[in-house]
Design a protein around this ligand. Sequence first.
Ligand SMILES: O=C(O)/C=C/C(=O)CC(=O)C(=O)O
Ligand SMILES: [Mg+2]
Length: 219
Amino acid sequence: MSARNIARFWEWGRKIICVGRNYADHAIELKNAIPSEPVLFLKPPSAYVREGSPILLPFYTSNLHHEVELGVVIGKGGTAIPQSSAMEHVAGYVLCLDMTARDIQDECKSKGLPWTLAKAFNTSCPISDFIPKEKIPNPGSINLWLKVNDIVKQNGSTSQMIFSIPYLINYISEIISLEEGDLILTGTPKGVSSVQEQDELQAGIDGIVTMTFKVDRKS
Ligand SMILES: O=C(O)/C=C/C(=O)CC(=O)C(=O)O
Ligand SMILES: [Mg+2]
């Protein structure tokens, strides 16, 4: 049996832990309060989709949003990982989209229901190629951008995050033990907007990676 390769972590079926409202400008654009603690939710591994396959519009939404985010790939598991050693648990990064059925999320919020239908559907987590840790020496200061049909919608720096990557690794691992191959989505900057069938989404981290996905409807 060949050794598992962290560069194909999405095949391992591990957890996807998402942080919400981690950029003040995005919290404000959706009229949310600035959080004093991280807001967490989960996606299943069936949410992963890779370039070459489409993002599928769920049949039950009429307002699917893009959210470009930095993803942190865990290389060494742990529980209650101190902030001081948190970065030793990071294997690398991916650029991610946290695809969100905003109308359904709004409905869930108004009814006090969980966000599962809005956030965890198949293909709700498009990801780029794996980026080894060495390629991003300062993940707290990189630029993320996203275009829809060549029009820039999001452009923000991870320096705007309310909770840093070491803080998030410590906070999450106190509650949910982290394992090798887990992915943490660190939240989105402002500029989220609606996408339609046949739209092309392009996203990138300046100087590091780009990725392209088409939006389609399940046939
Ligand atoms: O509370 C809301 O209305 C929306 C929150 C999100 O969708 C949070 C995120 O996923 C994010 O900030 O990246
Ligand atoms: Mg998000």
